[in-house]
Design a binder for this molecule. Structure first.
Ligand code: ADP
Ligand code: 5GP
Length: 187
């Protein structure tokens, strides 16, 4: 079976940035698991590329039909989840799977896939720096940023439940560290 890399972190830690950099290394044969979500598209996001954007009704129907490997209500009224058919799609391509999921989802997936999966927690240097990054990114409202920062504190307390922790202070250093860890696991 293809291998699984799970990346989790509080929002704003830089996990999307790190995942993009990691995926530039084609030798790793990593394909991104596109999650389904009920949140609206942000910035330049494209349906079927960044997320499968679903209505709350469709998301609920998919839950009832047991179509999710895992799903979470990450924020109020905001559901995110991984569809079985997404994993099948990537497996059929013969690629390894990389997940970008919240902390609960990461722990959940690691529990399901065991030693076939490597779970990595991306840690920001501090919650204050995380807030600065979210503000600088400029994609979320002030209210949305406040929700994400409030959640970050709790999420950081679960870091030790992951196979490894990468601190994203200097981006180049964190990228190199992540490449080393993932390359070693997939070898
Ligand atoms: P996440 O996917 O965890 O929500 P992003 O990858 O979108 O986070 O990063 C949040 C913001 O912080 C982006 O604007 C990104 O360019 C910036 N960023 C990421 N890593 C660093 C870093 N090491 N130092 C400074 N800014 C960073
Ligand atoms: P964002 O709205 O910033 O794209 O994502 C918010 C949070 O939801 C992030 O922590 C992201 O990792 C998480 N997330 C995205 N997809 C999934 C998923 O399929 N399952 C879970 N549990 N979390 C997800």
């Amino acid at each position: 079976m293809n291998k699984i890399v799970i990346i989790s972190a509080p929002s704003g830690s830089g996990k999307s940035t790190l995942i993009s950099r990691l995926m530039e290394d084609k030798e790793l044969r990593l394909e991104f698991s596109i999650s389904a979500t009920t949140r609206p598209p942000r910035g330049q996001e494209v349906d079927g590329k960044d997320y499968y954007f679903l209505t709350p009704e469709t998301f609920r129907d998919f839950i009832s039909a047991n179509m999710f490997v895992e799903y979470e209500q990450v924020y109020q009224d905001r559901y995110y989840g991984t569809l079985y058919r997404e994993l099948n799609r990537i497996s059929d391509n013969g690629n390894n799977i990389i997940f970008d999921v919240d902390v609960k989802g990461g722990i959940n997936l690691k529990g399901k896939f065991g030693s076939n999966a490597l779970s990595i927690f991306i840690q920001p240097p501090s919650v204050e720096e995380l807030r600065r990054r979210l503000e600088k990114r400029g994609t979320d409202s002030e209210e949305e940023i406040a929700k994400r920062v409030a959640k970050a504190e709790e999420e950081m307390s679960h870091a030790s439940q992951f196979d490894c922790i990468v601190v994203n202070d200097d981006l180049d250093i964190a990228t190199a560290e992540l490449r080393g860890i993932v390359g070693g696991f997939l070898k």
